[in-house]
Design a protein around this ligand. Structure first.
Ligand SMILES: *[C@@H]1O[C@H](CO)[C@@H](O)[C@H](O)[C@H]1NC(C)=O
Ligand SMILES: *[C@@H]1O[C@H](CO)[C@@H](O)[C@H](O)[C@H]1NC(C)=O
Ligand SMILES: *[C@@H]1O[C@H](CO)[C@@H](O)[C@H](O)[C@H]1NC(C)=O
Length: 479
């Protein structure tokens, strides 16, 4: 451990003198009785340490820690596989559970043809020369495709192991969201649930599952948990029963929206946005641009009305207030304007010019728009605690919510006077919040899956570290 994590003030060569002085201070009889012998032994040990240090596969990862503080930012951070925190095994599932589904990409979603969206392992179609940045990092990524991007990213991840006996984390790359959305209209529940039941049976036959009854296994789903939690009594939203199957309740489940009351094994992950950088310099260039961006609009709203949905009642209010305010930019979706709302450059154009971005609940509590807005350096304004604070503990922590977001209770008086509420915040504070939001961009971003070690911790890195921690605790508690 010591060799892999040299303290930043000691370059590697100081180990020699350090180990020497340690041996010298020792009271071991043989060493204190013969100085020559001590010296020889010390030199031998020191060179052995140096060799070990230079030739371990981790040595390159430790270099940044030894770098001075000023230059550290430019170098890749130490990866967390170093100390064995994360060692993830990826199941090679039969293709009917993941890539095989893509052969029917035109029927994977009852509303849209998914073929353009599943391209490039889920990144979707590239956006060439976005904002005249000559960068290959921009894609028009579909909101419900995180499961594919995560699969590709974990396959290339530096913490991946191909030896299940060395793994502390088992990833089950099931494209459950894509499959669920292809079956929403399937009236026969047995058929709708078939693949989920099949998956569980497959897993239960594996020795690596049996070891801990799946407690060290995880799924990543690109759709909300509600799509996998059909109950016998509730209304039929087209959901299947994946997350209600008892073996799956032993697993951890990553999802873009957790069920806030029952989803104790569900962990919120960001919706994918449009930016998938390969290098830390691409990322930093974008962060600088967002810090310097002119923001003429106090606030903006990208969205449309939702008729008859109680949890989206605030939308009507927001649309009205935004239309009436000279300080609000409205990008209205639905009807004739709907297409623009899925045009990444149009959405980002509004958000990069706004100080605050309103995030009203829609069809469900959460929105992809939250992540687009942080990416654009626009401070999110939430109206329900379930849009972010009860969802993304690893990414948008509730305890720090005042530092990066504004909360206006949808049922409170403030929701009637949004502009006035936002005007109350001193501009110095707005600037600080924006800076905090911009600092969150890396961990809310899905790095390009072809880049193995990107040099910053992205959404997948954060999830793997947190999952390892949770799995360890579960296994300790169970034994
Ligand atoms: C990743 O790399 C492979 C092999 O070089 C290439 O075929 C593929 O198109 C790349 N994927 C993406 C999403 O760019
Ligand atoms: C539903 O599908 C299953 C599996 O194919 C089949 O056995 C069953 O008869 C079907 N039920 C109905 C009501 O059609
Ligand atoms: C879940 O794990 C517990 C403890 O390891 C085990 O007793 C139980 O049988 C597991 N449940 C299922 C459905 O596998």
């Amino acid at each position: 451990m010591f060799f892999r994590k040299p303290s930043p003030v000691h370059p590697p060569w100081t180990f020699k003198s350090e180990s020497f002085s340690k041996l010298k201070d020792s009271h071991h009889p043989i060493l204190t009785s013969n100085l020559r012998y001590t010296l020889l032994l010390s030199l031998f040990l020191a060179s052995w340490l140096l060799l070990l240090f230079w030739f371990t596969p981790f040595s390159s990862a430790t270099t940044p820690a030894a770098a001075s503080h000023a230059t550290r930012k430019l170098l890749p951070p130490q990866t967390h596989c170093d100390d064995g925190t994360v060692s993830v095994y990826v199941y090679n599932l039969p293709s009917r559970f993941n890539l095989g589904l893509l052969t029917h990409c035109q029927n994977l979603n009852i509303y849209t043809n998914m073929c353009p969206h599943v391209a490039n392992r889920g990144l979707g179609q590239p956006i060439p020369n976005y904002m005249s940045l000559s960068s290959a990092a921009w894609f028009s990524t579909h909101q419900f495709i995180a499961e594919m991007i995560i699969h590709a990213r974990v396959e290339n991840h530096p913490c991946r192991t191909r030896d299940p006996t060395k793994a502390n984390l088992f990833y089950v790359p099931f494209y459950g969201g894509l499959h669920a959305s292809s079956m929403f209209r399937e009236a026969n529940h047995t058929l709708r649930d078939e693949l989920a039941v099949d998956l569980v049976r497959y897993l239960q036959d594996r020795p690596s599952w049996q070891k801990h009854n799946g407690k060290d296994h995880f799924l990543a789903l690109g759709r909300t948990a509600w799509d996998f939690m059909r109950s016998e009594h509730g209304p039929d939203f087209g959901a299947n029963i994946l997350l209600n199957l008892p073996p799956v309740q032993n697993m951890s489940v990553l999802t873009v929206e957790r069920q806030p009351w029952k989803g104790s094994n569900q962990y919120g992950i960001p919706y994918p946005s449009y930016f998938h950088p390969t290098t830390v310099s691409e990322l930093e260039r974008w962060q600088t641009m967002m810090t310097e961006s002119e923001r003429p609009y106090l606030f903006s709203f990208v969205g449309g009305p939702r008729k008859g949905l109680e949890k989206a009642a605030i939308r009507g209010e927001i649309l009205r207030q935004c239309e009436e305010s000279t300080r609000c930019k409205l990008l209205k979706c639905g009807g004739g304007g709907g297409i623009k709302c899925h045009e990444p450059s149009v959405v980002l154009d509004v958000m990069t010019k706004s100080q605050f971005c309103l995030q009203a609940p829609g069809d469900s509590f959460t929105r992809r728009s939250t992540f687009d807005s942080v990416l654009a350096g626009c401070i999110p304004v939430f109206f329900s605690p379930h849009t972010a604070y009860s969802q993304y503990a690893w990414y948008l922590p509730a305890e720090e919510k005042e530092t990066y977001s504004v909360y206006i209770d949808e049922k409170g008086e403030g929701s009637k006077t949004i502009e006035k509420e936002l005007m109350k915040i001193p501009s110095e504070k707005v600037k600080r919040m924006r800076e905090t939001a911009i600092k969150m961009i890396p961990r809310l971003t899905y790095a390009h899956p072809n880049a193995s070690d990107v040099g910053f911790k992205d959404a997948v890195d954060v999830a793997l570290v947190q999952l390892s921690r949770i799995v360890q605790a579960k296994i300790n508690a169970g034994s």
